[in-house]
Write a protein that binds this ligand. Sequence first.
Ligand SMILES: O=P(O)(O)OC[C@H]1O[C@H](O[C@H]2O[C@H](CO)[C@@H](O)[C@H](O)[C@H]2O)[C@H](O)[C@@H](O)[C@@H]1O
Length: 270
Amino acid sequence: MPEPTAHPGGAAPLLAIFTDFDGTLVEIAETPDAIEIPAELADQLDRTARDFDQAFAVITGREIADIDRFLSPLHLAVAGAHGAQRRRADGTLLELDEAVSTAADAIAKSIAPLVAEHPDLILEPKDGAVALHFRQAPDLEEECLLAMQEAIAEHPDFTLVPGKMVIEARPAGFDKGSALRAFMQEEPFAGRTPIFIGDDTTDEDAFRVAQEMGGIGIKLGAGETIARMRIADVASVHALLKGLADIAARPHASSGVAEEAPILADSTAH
Ligand SMILES: O=P(O)(O)OC[C@H]1O[C@H](O[C@H]2O[C@H](CO)[C@@H](O)[C@H](O)[C@H]2O)[C@H](O)[C@@H](O)[C@@H]1O
């Protein structure tokens, strides 16, 4: 693994920026399609990517196609379906094993009758993963969990992960940490110091890997976390990205993230 690189003009390291999508770049909504995309979001992320020499990626539970649709016409580096899908910074799309797609289809099919019976549930089939949402029927959480456990029983290569009012099946061996590590082995991420911003339990793997690699995990909101830093809300994430881009655009930046961005708090401070 290459050592993190110092900024050519000063002491600040070159950063690689990774963010989660739902609950981090956009506010949580009642349904997956009801999210509101701030008008300037795509432009801001494009600027972040450019100012960090394209060392910027979204690591999400969503499909890559979803992220492209929400940020159109921007095509960022993205790890989708919790890392099962990945598009590199140079635009190369990594092929998903056909057996994984087939198994995800089968899991979604076996959940369909439950969703037909309870129209408030939302089934979100993805290429390589399946999400069963119960935000509009919270009393069905237990039933959803049992149904998903049953559905993956015949697919031992899949594992269940809880999210925000959702239970997801994803292929074992993929998570947001493995996605971050994979990006960090490639240009233009290699040798940089990773920062990952996220809000959910599935983001903990990425916090861990970012910190193992000498970087920083930034947890949005409350809740147990291994992330070293916290940030209050989605608006603060946008402000932080803008602030980081401003720092990166300066030719002789010399100060660190925390010093330049008081919207961050040490997550271990009381
Ligand atoms: O990893 P993320 O980018 O945070 O994606 C996690 C899941 O986000 C979406 O579901 C969540 O957001 C929805 C819209 O706000 C909300 O209605 C739902 O209750 C949340 O669980 C998305 O639909 C999933 O595919 C992602 O895995």
